[in-house]
Design a protein around this ligand. Structure first.
Ligand code: BG6
Length: 514
């Protein structure tokens, strides 16, 4: 089967309207995110003609740099990190001519005034003032003050006060617990309306994550069985083969719960389990996600031990090479208690899901890189095929493979040819690559395009982020207080600690080994 390779460009859920002109200012423009993700994503949008007719990027950071030096660095970044490489010189030249760099401090009002004067230059001679997007890619502790400063020099004001063009994108992490997230939300709302705020979770920009909604709400066959009557349990896995790389300093404070659960895994849980929204407007979708989080049964600190397992990787072998344990990574404490693995069981107290466990797990240095959502259905009520050698009939499993090998598969039992009446599991498998042939847009392409167009469906709303922290705080706090005695408790390259297997075995279930 072949499908128009350009289909990716048009299948996004984006419902926004492309403005004629836009200036995107990146705070933290000398950092890793800008070079690895943001500029390559913007270049790819330019390549596919998905940017406004008039578009400029202004990099802002403390380092001194001329426009030309910034352009040269970004050229290297695009060659190295864009999914297409630096494919088209003429598109690059046009794009680079609209790249600028303004050096400035993060706490000096004069620096922000300087930026304001520079941005005002884009307004002169424009019939329609350009949409202004500010991207906060600075260290997270600066988010609140950058927003206050841009508001103080008149660069940002409320939509409800007549500013229709200012949008602010905030990178993760949004706070480090419920209290800090609430404080940051307060600061943000002192300057801006919620409709102007775009909190990033890059998982929401992944094609396969958006497909969860399309799969669920554009097909009639699954809805009747998407509930406690047919589903035995759900496993949501985000397994990584990488360790903490050069981010030991950050990770020591974060750990797997802040790094993966509070954001990405809970988003996957919401999209899988939420009710159909009344429409695909940003708020309709986000209302349902919020409702879902409100129905997740909270785990009290004294219940954490029974509801979750934590782990930390020790040394091991990955792809035939020796790798060090977490405690030997740069900037990590020699007796660090930070978890690099967690498995958590949640229940959702609503009519659809009562009694169905949702097992979430994520870890670094696991055997295989795979993110997937597996819906395991109940077994048939009666086993008719007892004569065959198969011990048991396998339950049907519907797997949404988020990455890599993106696709959807459904396993079911068939009769293999032959005289005996036997059963054997097979699967119907849809693979993105086979069906669509080309590489899908990177998450940041989708998210940047959506923000430029004013569509916040795929961004996190203030209430969701606080609800998510309130569910995860008990794990973070309990594990901070009670230090682990058995760390490291899994070998790099394995599927995690043995306790995680026992955890599911106690429920009569097994983790998938995708
Ligand atoms: C980031 C985490 O948010 O997500 C990283 O900070 C993690 O630690 C990454 O590796 C995983 O993203 P992806 O897109 O590779 O699954």
């Amino acid at each position: 089967m072949s499908i128009d390779p350009h289909a990716y460009a048009t299948t996004g859920l984006s419902q926004g309207k492309r403005p004629q002109a836009c200036v995107l200012t990146i705070f933290g423009a000398s950092g890793d995110l800008t070079k690895r993700k943001l500029i390559p994503a913007l270049y790819n949008l330019a390549l596919e003609n998905r940017l406004p007719e008039r578009f400029a990027v202004v990099g802002y950071a403390r380092s001194e740099m001329s426009h030309d030096v910034f352009r040269a660095k970004m050229r290297e970044a695009v060659s190295e990190f864009s999914r297409t490489g630096l494919k088209d010189e003429s598109i690059w030249s046009e794009f680079a001519a609209n790249l600028y760099f303004i050096p400035g401090s993060y706490n000096e009002p004069t620096s922000y005034k300087n930026l304001r004067d520079f941005l005002d230059g884009f307004d002169r001679g424009s019939r329609v003032p350009p949409v202004r997007v500010f991207y906060l890619a600075t260290p997270p502790e600066l988010y609140g003050s950058v927003i206050q400063q841009i508001a103080a020099v008149g660069l940002a004001s409320r939509e409800s006060d007549g500013d229709p063009r200012t949008r602010v994108i905030i990178e993760k992490p949004f706070g480090t617990d419920l209290q800090t997230a609430q404080e940051l939300n307060r600061k943000v709302h002192e300057a801006l309306d919620e409709s102007q705020v775009y909190r990033i979770d890059h998982y929401l920009g992944k094609e396969t994550v958006q497909n969860i909604m399309v799969f669920r709400f554009a097909n009639a066959v699954f809805e009747p069985i998407w509930n406690r009557r047919y589903v035995d349990h759900v496993q949501i896995t985000a397994a990584e083969t990488v360790g903490v790389e050069n981010r030991g300093g950050y990770y020591e404070h974060a750990g797997v719960v802040r790094d993966m659960f509070q954001n990405h895994l809970l988003q996957l849980l919401c999209l899988t389990a939420m009710e159909p929204p009344v429409g695909f407007s940003a708020d309709a979708v986000r209302d349902e996600k919020g409702k879902l989080l409100k129905s997740v049964r909270p785990i009290a600190p004294e219940e954490v031990a029974a509801a979750a397992v934590r782990g930390q990787y020790g040394p091991g072998r990955m792809a035939g090479k020796e790798v060090v344990g977490y405690r030997q990574e740069p900037d990590v404490g020699k007796d660090s208690p930070t978890p690099t693995y967690a498995a958590i069981k949640f229940f959702i107290d609503n009519w659809r899901w009562e009694g169905v466990p949702f097992y979430l797990r994520s870890g670094k240095r696991l055997a295989k890189r795979v993110t997937e959502i597996a819906i395991q259905f109940k077994r048939p009520p009666l086993l008719l095929f007892k004569s065959c050698a198969v011990e048991d009939v396998s339950p049907n499993v519907l797997v949404n493979r988020i990455q890599p090998d993106e696709g959807v598969s459904l396993t079911f039992e068939v009769k293999p040819p032959g005289p005996d009446l036997c059963v054997s599991p097979l699967s119907l498998d849809f693979k993105y690559e086979q069906a669509f042939g080309n590489s899908p847009p990177e998450a940041y392409e989708t998210l940047l395009e959506d923000c430029i167009e004013g569509d916040s469906t795929l961004f996190t709303r203030h209430d969701w982020v606080e609800l998510a922290w309130s569910l995860m705080d008990p794990f973070i706090q309990t594990w901070q207080i009670s230090k682990p005695r058995d760390f490291p408790n899994y070998e790099a390259g394995s599927w995690g600690p043995k306790e995680a297997d026992d955890f599911l075995q106690r429920d009569g279930r097994r983790w998938r080994r995708p």
